[in-house]
Design a protein around this ligand. Structure first.
Ligand code: SF4
Length: 509
């Protein structure tokens, strides 16, 4: 009876030895009774990579072991591929290169690498109650995958508490589609993304996990490789390992409530050579880093203030601008050890803030994001900041524009030029991305600009140009958008959420 329950496998794995990872993955596939077939696609987490971000991504050796195992147990595999869209504004070609994915793919042989921002985007209709919009776009390789393997990194996350298997889906959208709803509704977005597809096999790099943050996490040795066949059950077990109640992580709770899988341990089969209790012992001090922005910057020159975002239910924007500022300062600290000292006393305001802003003469006050509003005195001046926020129902993914990093640099330059004589300025956007907030802090503190760092900038520009050229060519000669049809998936709906025959989509909530 228990063998029919969703299964999570906990294995001891003390190093990044591809042969060991391959053996464990082969045993995992056998335990789960899985046979890779058809178009087999591996989705790692390569949000950022290289020497500046050593613990942010699924290591190449790990993916190598998984690919070898898929080959070994595969039957009639038509295509074996790895696909990802890395962090917003960073070309996936750049993160793949710095993560060693190209060499790894050559070592394994017959592996295709997809850079999802260069792919045709396929529209997947949504029908379930409570959805954010009526359809999503996802890269064609995801929509067409027959055997989908989710290969995340085990990490904390400042926006969604954790990033395990479900949250790794943020990388199955390109920037235009990813930024929409990347605000206080981020957990809802991640839960909605589950309808695009569900993985047959999950294998997580938890050998060196990432603690506290997402792009610059602290290394935390768990010495484990975790595998499973149900995404909700898998993430629930990961939560239990680090002492988090999975029902407090909204995207896991929502997917569970929508029928994607269990969170109750009595409904999950846990097997392997590491018991849950032993895994919990290994993770006893693991920090998730879900810290409000006021608290995060408490002992720095930055004073943060946060008011409500435009939401009926949330009093803090966990998925948007405040968390992006936390990631931004951590990136600057990596590139410039004296960044904190260089940034002068300043004030950053989020949401509909109604308290006082204690700015001294000469200190900059930045209203961050479209939803920032304020009415009151700053020093001697009356300040009135109006909301620029547009309701999400007005945002069309097919026409939504995202600036690349060089346009963002130009815009931030212009913004500071325009605000040089005033202490109050506004950064517009929903969200204001990590990259823009990095650039804002660079200007404010005259710190080193990570995008112009000589160690990485030549490579970055070369990958950027290559990616832009290929994307432009594919949009001229290919099909940028495609409606879903019988040949694509988009079928990951629990039975109770299937659309009634002939039904029109219900209106968005
Ligand atoms: S502008 Fe920023 S803080 Fe406001 S809702 Fe959008 S993402 Fe959240």
């Amino acid at each position: 009876m228990t063998k029919h329950l969703p299964t999570v496998i906990l294995r001891h794995c003390p190093d990044y030895e591809p042969e060991r990872i391959e053996r464990l993955a082969v045993e995992g596939l056998d335990t789960l009774g899985l046979q890779p077939h058809g178009r087999t696609l591996v989705k790692p987490n390569v949000v950022a990579s290289g020497e500046m971000f050593p613990h942010a991504y699924t290591r190449a050796e790990f993916v190598e072991g998984i690919l070898r195992a898929l080959k070994k147990r595969g039957s009639n595999i038509k295509e074996l591929a790895v696909g990802e869209r890395s962090g917003i504004t960073i070309p996936t070609r750049y993160t793949f290169k710095n993560a060693g994915y190209y060499e790894m793919a050559r070592r394994v042989g017959d592996v295709k690498l997809y850079h999802f921002e260069e792919s045709t985007q396929v529209e997947i209709p949504l029908y379930h109650q409570g959805r954010l919009r009526d359809s999503f776009y996802t890269p064609e390789p995801v929509a067409r995958a027959d055997f989908f393997v989710n290969c995340p990194k085990f990490k904390a996350h400042p926006w969604t508490t954790v990033t395990f298997s479900m949250k790794n889906y943020i990388g199955i959208q390109d920037d235009r589609h990813r930024l929409i709803d990347h605000d206080h509704a981020l957990n809802y977005k991640v839960a909605d993304l589950q309808y695009i597809t569900q993985p047959q096999f999950i294998a997580t790099d938890a050998i060196i996990a990432g603690e506290g943050r997402m792009l610059t996490p602290l290394p935390y040795r768990l010495d484990m490789m975790l595998m499973g066949n149900n995404q909700v059950a898998f993430d629930a077990v990961c939560c239990h390992i680090i002492g988090v109640d999975p029902m407090t992580v909204d995207h896991i709770r929502l997917a569970h409530e929508r029928g994607f899988g269990p969170v109750d341990l009595s409904q999950i089969r846990i097997v392997g050579d590491v018991s849950l209790a032993e895994a919990q012992e290994r993770a006893v001090n693991f920090e998730v880093g879900l810290i409000r922005v006021e608290e995060y910057f408490k002992d720095t020159n930055i004073r943060a203030y946060s008011g409500r975002p435009p939401s009926q239910t949330d009093d803090y924007c966990w998925g948007g601008c405040p968390g992006a500022l936390e990631e931004a300062i951590e990136i600057l600290r990596v590139y410039d050890a004296s960044a904190d000292a260089k940034i002068p006393p300043m004030h950053i305001v989020f949401g509909a803030y109604e308290g006082t802003i204690d700015a001294k003469p000469g200190e900059k006050v930045v209203f961050m994001g479209d939803c920032a509003t304020y009415q009151g005195k700053i020093g001697e001046h009356d300040v009135h900041i109006e909301s620029l926020y547009r309701d999400r129902t007005e945002l069309n993914p097919e026409t939504y524009k995202v600036d690349d990093i060089f346009k963002k640099m130009l815009k931030v330059e212009q913004k500071f030029l325009g605000a040089r004589k005033t202490e109050v300025m506004r950064m517009a956007g929903c969200p204001v991305s990590v990259a823009e907030q990095v650039l804002m802090l660079v200007k404010m503190g005259r710190t080193k600009n990570p995008y112009l760092d000589p160690r990485t900038s030549v490579d970055f520009v070369s990958c950027y140009l290559s990616s832009r050229t290929r994307t432009a060519l594919s949009r001229i000669f290919g099909t940028p958008y495609q409606r879903s049809g019988p040949s694509v998936r988009g079928d990951a709906r629990p039975a109770q959420n299937l659309p009634p025959a002939g039904a029109e989509s219900e209106s968005t909530s």
